[in-house]
Design a protein around this ligand. Structure first.
Ligand code: ATP
Ligand code: MG
Length: 395
């Protein structure tokens, strides 16, 4: 193997005490993502590198671009740590860039290598000027930056830096329960939560026959898109029809959405406890709709004492859309199937609900057994990132 994919961790290297745990989690996540490739992953405390077959590179990069905890990566030549090899490989690489300005930067973490970094850069730079046509050194704004990293027994040489997703490796935090509707906001909320290393289960409330199987499939597809950024996500599908119909039968239309959301939170909390999730996560954004004013959020939130994380709370819709487009969920989110929320929206939902009224209305019906029944009838689908047929080509 002449080239390797060299991975730098970034943010998590600041977590001193936990470093091994973070690195091991990242290692396992990369191993899982690349399980269909013939690769060797070598783990060091400050970096990792992957030996691969050239023909797999583009598909491996595609996988790497979906793994949290990777700050940057490079496609690097790996050679022995001696000046002769370093110089000849550098010249070979820089032939590709003839006519451009360049700079050589050397990092030497092997202090047994006796030539200092500056000296290495200078010698390599001199050799490039002598052997490559029409090249000039520019230390301030070079068109090509040649990086040399000298480590015990081996060195890495590369020119390009690719940016990974950053964040923390998924699995370095406990689990969260994501409320996943078919909309634009909640998949983005899920993505941003995974980015902090949180594992996720998802919960979807459906109201068949008022909502369709297409709407359910859309949520499964969104879960699959999210699962690309972790390994698999358990999607809990809650039959919500009975609860919802009861709400609309017994409660003042202005309060229907508020009460419905209080019921959703209650069920999500029950499911979170059942599946060992420590937080609830949703796509609420301050002020977006009547049920997301601070007054509404506060009244709705009172049904749970678990932390509710709202990653997109302070983002504009356009900012959320831009993330949705980047992560690949937008096109699916805008498919036109009705969600159980949009279906029953009253003409004038209350903007500033009060807790007293909620409690009064909730006395109108015996909701507790209904919620328990909904949890009991919830069924779970294990959603994996790739449909099987996509992998067939290299099985
Ligand atoms: P999204 O917020 O995902 O774009 P939306 O704006 O239609 O969809 P809202 O009605 O604003 O959703 O609901 C706010 C949040 O409540 C959603 O982001 C989601 O986390 C949760 N939620 C709403 N409906 C459902 C549902 N049917 N199943 C699970 N969670 C839901
Ligand atoms: Mg929304």
């Amino acid at each position: 193997m002449e080239r390797v994919l060299l991975i730098k961790y970034g943010e998590m290297t600041t977590k001193k005490g936990n470093r091994n745990f973070f690195v091991n989690t990242l290692y396992n996540n990369i191993k899982e993502k690349l399980k269909n490739f013939d690769v060797k992953i070598i783990k060091e405390i400050s970096r990792m590198y992957i030996e691969f077959h050239d023909e797999d590179l583009e598909r491996i990069k595609e996988q790497i671009n979906h793994i949290f905890g990777i700050h940057t990566y490079h496609i690097a030549y790996i050679i022995n740590s001696n000046m002769e090899e370093i110089i000849s490989k550098s010249i070979e690489i820089m032939h590709k860039y003839e006519g451009k300005t360049f700079k050589v930067e050397t990092k030497r973490s092997d202090k047994k290598f006796l030539i200092e970094s500056m000296q290495v850069s200078r010698q390599v730079g001199g050799a490039i000027l002598k052997n490559c046509i029409d090249m000039k050194v520019d230390v301030k704004h070079p068109e090509v930056l040649l990086n040399i990293e000298i480590r015990p027994y081996k060195s890495f040489i590369y020119t390009k830096t690719y940016y990974g997703l950053g964040g923390y490796p998924v699995g370095t935090q406990a689990k969260g329960m994501l409320m996943l509707s078919g909309g634009i906001d909640s998949p983005v909320a899920g993505f941003l939560t995974l980015k902090r290393g949180v594992r996720l289960d998802a919960v979807y409330f459906e109201a068949i026959p008022h909502t369709s199987l297409e709407a359910r499939n859309k949520v499964i597809e969104l879960t699959r898109i999210l699962a690309r950024y972790t390994d698999k996500i358990n999607l809990h599908i809650v039959p919500f029809t009975e609860v919802q119909e009861e709400i609309y039968k017994t409660i003042d239309p202005a309060y229907c959405i508020t009460i419905m959301r209080r019921m959703m939170y209650r069920i999500t909390q029950l499911l979170a406890k059942k599946h060992n999730a420590l937080i609830l996560v949703n796509g609420e954004s301050i002020g977006q709709v009547a049920s997301q004013t601070l007054t509404s959020m506060s009244v709705i939130n009172q049904v749970t004492n678990m932390p509710v994380i709202r990653p997109v709370a302070c983002l504009d819709k356009l900012e959320i859309i831009s993330i949705a487009q980047k992560i690949g969920s937008y096109e699916t989110s805008i498919l036109p199937y009705e969600d159980c929320c949009t279906l029953f929206v009253p003409k004038h939902p209350v903007i500033n609900p009060t807790l007293e009224k909620c409690l009064k209305y909730e006395k109108n019906f015996d909701y507790k057994p209904m919620l328990e029944k909904a949890v009991e009838k919830t069924f779970t689908i294990k959603v994996e990132e790739q449909k099987e047929e996509k992998f067939k080509e290299f099985l």
